[in-house]
Design a protein around this ligand. Structure first.
Ligand code: ADP
Ligand code: MG
Ligand code: MG
Length: 210
């Protein structure tokens, strides 16, 4: 796998499109255990992202990802804005002025993103947040890379792991974010941020596979 800035830009556009298509779904999930705005927040944020990077030539991946980050932080009203914003910022800082990325780079960018989210949200795995789909996915990616699996297989395993983590948020009590106000009553519901995070990883995989 080798992705250049133009390809990464296309992936970000696809993510924006996917978020828009899932806007109502994400908002319904959030209505059950939060304040019912996750889809709206994300969709508004990614529309702003598109505006911000549409003229970017992709020559500097780090700078482009920083623009994504700033658009999310400035335009997503909820908790997810600063968290996803931090994720893209950290990934951008790691990638710097590399002109293309390998699967190992992708792993490192995601790891930086995860650590940024965890630090910003003071969250760890098992608290019913986006961390619950992202962290197992990254761990799976690392194991797959170390096992020297074919790259698409690595990404597929990773997405499957994100899906399991996302599904498992149904079984746990929220201890971070608005859903934590519900305590035990958050059980039985998927975490909207874990779902959006899984969908983003899946979109990236599907684009790379093309
Ligand atoms: P808000 O809760 O402010 O309305 P959103 O609805 O856009 O924001 O996003 C909610 C999602 O953000 C949750 O489903 C969860 O995945 C994530 N989240 C909330 N608080 C935290 C936190 N402290 N750490 C990690 N993720 C969090
Ligand atoms: Mg919300
Ligand atoms: Mg809100």
């Amino acid at each position: 796998m080798s992705l250049n800035g133009q390809q990464i830009k296309q992936i970000i556009f696809k993510i924006a499109q996917m978020i828009d298509e899932n806007k109502m779904y994400l908002t319904e999930l959030d209505a059950a255990i939060g304040d019912g705005d996750h889809g709206i927040n994300m969709s508004k944020g990614f529309q702003a992202v598109i505006d911000k990077i549409k003229d970017d030539n992709g020559d500097n991946i780090g700078d482009m990802l920083k623009k994504v980050s700033m658009a999310l932080i400035a335009n997503v009203g909820g908790a997810s804005g600063p968290l996803y914003g931090t994720a893209f910022m950290k990934a951008g800082m790691w990638v710097g002025n590399r002109r293309e990325i390998s699967i190992e780079d992708y792993y490192n960018m995601l790891l930086e993103a995860l650590n940024g989210i965890k630090a910003r949200g003071r969250a760890s795995i098992g608290e019913k947040t986006m961390v619950d789909s992202l962290e197992p996915a990254i761990n799976e990616l690392k194991v797959s890379i170390d096992n020297k699996f074919n790259e698409l297989e690595c990404l597929e395993k990773m997405v499957n792991s994100a899906k399991l983590g996302m599904e498992n948020t149904k079984n746990i009590v929220a201890t971070k974010g608005r859903a934590s106000y519900l305590g035990e009553r958050s059980i039985g519901h998927l975490d909207p941020g874990a779902v959006s995070c899984y969908l983003i990883l899946k979109t990236i995989f599907e684009e790379v596979k093309k």
